[in-house]
Design a protein around this ligand. Structure first.
Ligand code: ADP
Ligand code: MG
Length: 351
């Protein structure tokens, strides 16, 4: 049963990827392409300017390596070692894991814990994968949530010398699920660039990096996911070159309990899935690791605080879709964004 649902989930994401590619390719030449299920999602890599199979294989190997080090579900991973030694001793990790954890702590600090890498105990308690189920007959109790909440605090994530990481209380758990795919996309980009590739789409389950431009010096046309349309349709098109586009939303991984939706992004202040006016948020940035952490953070922060945080950062923009079916874009993106779904209202934010 599980495998059938997993198959349906994978199929849905593949269809979604096809929708994205449908609007991004529009190119004479067929790209060199590869699709795999990795990092708990469907990844799709497409190279347009070279038939460089070696680059593709190297990228896939690197993704597997990142997953093997950063997944909390893999027993031998660095993250698992950190978690198993919480409150016991610091753990020496690979350079890349150390770098991602440093970044994770940075984004936790600037978002005041809206992005919270030590959210693990609550993620495990809720266990919202969105794969097995759409309906549940119970949710965690208030006591359980309170107990786990006490184990969540990025201030207790210690980044030490000599690549050592320490969670300083027993029961704490690091979860890099909200940032690792962004880092991975940056790594695939690095590998492609090293191979002299200047035209590619790197799609790690909706965490997209549009490398260079289309063959004829045109921008890529990237579809922004419509959170109200579960069939994977996009609500609008964004023209970009050399940019990361990362989306967080409540439409993919969630379950329902007594008619209410419980999605997979947890508010570290309440211990419950975040509740605010945001239905979806897409971050446009140079580095995908930034986009990944920030999309998760802004989903929790909401529009007002989210825009305030974005205003402190350079070269990072956000597209919010709120539950009133409004699409809020910053003025700087106005010329590059086209709303395609007429049921939604476009709002240009000039702050
Ligand atoms: P997705 O992985 O679906 O693209 P996100 O990048 O927003 O979405 O990451 C969500 C994942 O991050 C969750 O599945 C969980 O593992 C972890 N997570 C949940 N809540 C938070 C949070 N507040 N801060 C950091 N990570 C979180
Ligand atoms: Mg994220």
């Amino acid at each position: 049963m599980r495998s059938r649902k997993l198959f349906a989930f994978v199929l849905a994401i593949i269809i979604l990827s096809i929708f994205i590619s449908g609007c991004e390719s529009n190119n004479n030449k067929e790209p060199l392409s590869k699709t795999e299920f990795l990092m708990d999602t469907v990844i799709n890599l497409k190279i347009y300017d070279k038939q460089d199979k070696k680059a593709l294989d190297e990228a896939i190997d690197r993704l597997k390596e990142i997953e093997s080090r950063m997944s909390s579900h893999i027993e031998s991973s660095d993250v698992r070692q950190i978690n198993d030694n919480a409150g016991i001793k610091p753990v020496k990790v690979h350079d890349d894991v150390y770098h991602v954890i440093e970044q994770a702590k940075h984004f936790a600090e600037i978002s005041h814990g809206a992005y919270e890498p030590t959210i693990g105990p609550l993620v495990d308690l809720w266990n919202i994968t969105g794969i097995d189920e759409k309906e549940r007959d119970s949710i965690p109790t208030e006591e359980e949530i309170k107990e786990k909440l006490e184990l969540v605090d990025y201030n207790d994530l210690e980044i030490m010398e000599d690549n050592k990481i320490y969670l300083n209380r027993k029961g704490m758990k690091l979860d890099l699920g909200g940032i690792a795919k962004g880092y991975a996309a940056d790594e695939v980009k690095r590998i492609f660039k090293e191979h002299g590739i200047n035209s590619a789409i790197i799609d790690l389950g909706g965490n997209v990096y549009a490398l260079g431009n289309k063959a004829n010096d045109e921008s890529w046309r990237i579809g922004i996911q419509d959170p109200f349309d579960i069939t994977g349709n996009y609500l609008g098109i964004l023209n970009v070159k050399d940019k990361s586009i990362v989306t967080s939303g409540d439409y993919e991984r969630y379950f329902k309990y007594k008619g209410k939706k419980y999605h997979h992004i947890i508010d570290s202040k309440t211990g419950y899935p975040s509740e605010n006016e945001v239905a979806g948020i897409s971050i446009i940035s140079d580095k995908s690791i930034d986009g990944d952490a920030l999309s998760t953070a802004l989903f929790v922060l909401g529009i007002e605080d989210g825009i305030q945080l974005l205003n402190q950062l350079e070269n990072v923009e956000g597209i919010f879709i709120d539950k009133k079916e409004e699409v809020i874009i910053p003025k700087i993106l106005e010329k590059d964004f086209t709303l395609e779904n007429e049921n939604l209202k476009l709002i240009i934010n000039s702050h």
